[in-house]
Design a protein around this ligand. Structure first.
Ligand code: NAD
Length: 420
């Protein structure tokens, strides 16, 4: 295999599993198994104490057939090339499913951002951007926030790129602060989108979100917004989790209080005696609930946990939260658990990134209502096509979403041909 990594293997398995639904010659599918470019750079950073530390940065451009690469940039101790390559591949299918004019890409730096000062983070981000200059551009590859990165980091990338080019170029990166050519609605787009897809799935399952229960792993960009929006729809949030632990409270958590707590605390840990609600990862995922939202790391639900799930809807806010074994089980039990696959469920982020890129090119900025209504339009339409494909072919939602996404990319690749 090109990259030895369980997550990359999982992404490859997904591609292979839908090849039969994609009407292109086998050679085209072969071309999609290996990323177009993998770039690894060393990122030397002067620490606050005067020492020099080397970090490893990577960017994988899986496919640039449909447009510039698009995908997040992660900072985390676990980041490696296999993880980034798998996520880049998923981005290709996500952009295909949503009919966005982008290819799939992803990047990351192996580091622990929680232990770094603002100055160290800024120097690392700017040096990484400088090292990536030959491989990125508004028509080549456009980064965005992901785990461990945020709007400030995107602003530094935008500034470094523009300073080096000698021209203002906000469309080099999305997820920027609104004050520097960001778009309204980007920060909340992924979590908001997760909840729009849950609304669609709830219609299918005849589930009323008022009084439904939900369990959410991850309380960052995606998980916290999903918690807030589900709470606003009347859901009881009985499980929350972050890097400090997994917590279950049968009567439900006070979501506005949790959100207020997170404004001045790094984790959930010191919130209102929450540690007495601590449960194991398996206990957390297997509590009975209507909606389960993994919105943290990949490969959290494996072949052992999947048969014990007691939810009605599994909404994949995170990328790749189910292993291949879990997925095989869920495919066979799609009547019991309605899976909203990652490339559909968390696509709100890349949709609004697309809107930000378009606004940056045109220098014409939309209202928050315009962003939200267009987000809903694209996402609900993709949900309807996925559901239609699933019903027509009697397959599960993941197979349907992947088949649509892969088909769009593969067809374009085939039509463009093999050069020379
Ligand atoms: P984030 O860094 O804002 O939040 C991540 C959350 O996960 C934090 O609450 C963190 O404490 C928690 N976490 C980390 N390790 C954990 C562990 N071992 N157990 C439990 N919780 C843990 O990241 P995010 O942007 O919210 O991204 C979350 C997921 O959503 C990732 O899979 C990411 O790829 C995906 N995603 C994000 C976006 C986006 O726009 N931010 C878009 C699409 C997909």
């Amino acid at each position: 295999m090109f990259i030895e990594s369980p997550f990359f293997r999982q992404a490859l398995d997904q591609l292979i599993s839908v090849a039969e639904y994609v009407d292109v010659p086998a050679g085209t599918i072969e071309r999609l198994k290996i990323p177009k470019r993998t770039i690894t750079v060393s990122v030397p950073v002067r620490l606050d104490n005067g020492e020099t530390r080397m970090f490893l940065g990577t960017r994988v451009q899986h496919c640039l057939t449909s447009g510039p690469g698009k995908g997040g940039l992660r900072y985390g101790p676990h980041v490696d090339q296999g993880e980034v390559a798998a996520l880049a591949m998923l981005m290709s299918w996500k952009c295909g499913l949503l009919h966005l004019p982008f290819g799939g890409a992803k990047g990351g730096i192996q580091c622990d951002p929680t232990t770094m000062s603002i100055g160290e983070l800024e120097r690392m981000t700017r040096r990484f951007t400088e090292e990536m200059m030959p491989f990125i551009g508004p028509n080549v590859d456009v980064m965005a926030p992901d785990m461990g990165t945020n709007e400030q980091i995107m602003a530094w990338i935008y500034d470094t790129y523009s300073m080096t080019m000698g021209a203002n170029c906000p469309q080099i990166v999305t997820g920027k602060p609104v004050a520097v050519f960001g778009t309204l609605g980007r920060k909340t787009a992924t979590g908001a989108g997760v909840v729009y897809t849950i609304e669609e799935a709830a219609k299918e399952k005849n589930l009323r979100l008022v009084d439904a229960t939900a369990i959410i792993q991850g309380f960052g960009n995606v998980g916290a917004v999903a918690a807030r929006n589900l709470h606003e729809r009347g859901c009881r949030i009985t499980g929350v989790a972050d890097v400090s632990g997994h917590y279950f409270r049968k009567e439900g958590f006070d979501v506005p209080a949790l959100l207020a707590h997170m404004e001045s605390n790094p984790t959930l840990e010191n919130y209102d005696c929450i540690t007495s609600d601590r449960v194991t990862l398996e206990e957390f995922f297997t509590q009975r609930c209507d909606v389960l939202v993994p919105a943290a790391l990949e490969r959290q639900i494996d072949g052992e946990i999947a048969p014990k799930l007691r939810c009605r809807i599994l909404a994949e806010g995170a990328n790749g939260p189910c292993t291949t074994e879990a997925d095989l089980f869920l495919r066979e039990h799609s009547e019991d658990i309605f899976v909203i696959p990652d490339i559909l469920c968390n696509a709100g982020g890349v949709i609004v990134s697309y809107f930000e890129w378009v606004q940056g090119i045109q220098m014409y900025f939309w209202t928050g209502d315009e962003v939200d209504s267009r987000l809903q339009q694209l996402l609900r339409r993709a949900f309807a096509s996925t559901l239609g494909m699933a019903k027509k072919n009697n397959v599960d939602m993941r197979t349907a979403a992947l088949a649509l996404g892969v088909h769009k990319v593969a067809e374009e690749k085939f039509m463009r041909g093999l050069y020379p």
